[in-house]
Design a binder for this molecule. Structure first.
Ligand code: AMP
Ligand code: ZN
Length: 145
């Protein structure tokens, strides 16, 4: 819990929200400045800033809530698709330092873009660079096994 964090304050009921769903570990509510009608924020109740610092239990609970809500959000807004994203760290655009998943309802012709288009490398990476990058990432993530 953080005294000043806006999302912790929503969890405590100190700031009002358009609540969608709540369970022991997670909370979902409408984004106050929606990118589309029904734009929903899903958070862990634990005050954790970055995805990699979530406990395994909270990570699972968060994805469980996402999985349970996304179809209903689309149905409610009568849209066929959604973009699901997390800004993880300030350089990615994260403004509120409490992990949150954005669920943004999408329709054909909404003139929105795709997540892969957010940033683009200056040059195409060579096969050699791709191999080296994959190798380096495997080394840094070997504890997952
Ligand atoms: P970001 O940290 O950039 O991933 O996004 C934070 C999101 O939280 C923004 O889309 C804001 O519109 C949203 N937001 C900020 N304050 C509130 C609030 N009181 N209730 C609901 N959503 C909020
Ligand atoms: Zn918080």
């Amino acid at each position: 819990m953080s005294d000043s964090c806006i999302f912790c304050r929503i969890i405590r009921g100190e700031i009002p929200s358009y609540k969608i769903y709540e369970d022991e570990r997670t909370l979902a509510f409408l984004d106050i400045n929606p990118s589309a009608p029904g734009h929903t924020i899903i958070i862990p109740k634990a005050h954790v800033t970055r995805v990699e610092d979530l406990s395994e239990e909270d990570a699972q609970a968060l994805f469980r809530t996402l999985h349970g809500l996304v179809g209903g959000i689309q149905d409610a807004l009568e849209v066929p698709s959604s973009t699901i994203g997390i800004n993880n760290g300030p350089e990615s655009g994260q403004e509120i330092p409490h992990v949150h998943i954005h669920v943004i309802p999408r329709t054909r012709g909404d003139r929105g873009r795709i997540i892969q288009g957010l940033v683009q490398p200056l040059n195409r990476l060579s096969a050699e660079e791709m191999r080296r990058i994959a190798e380096r990432i495997r080394e840094h993530t070997s504890t997952l096994d």
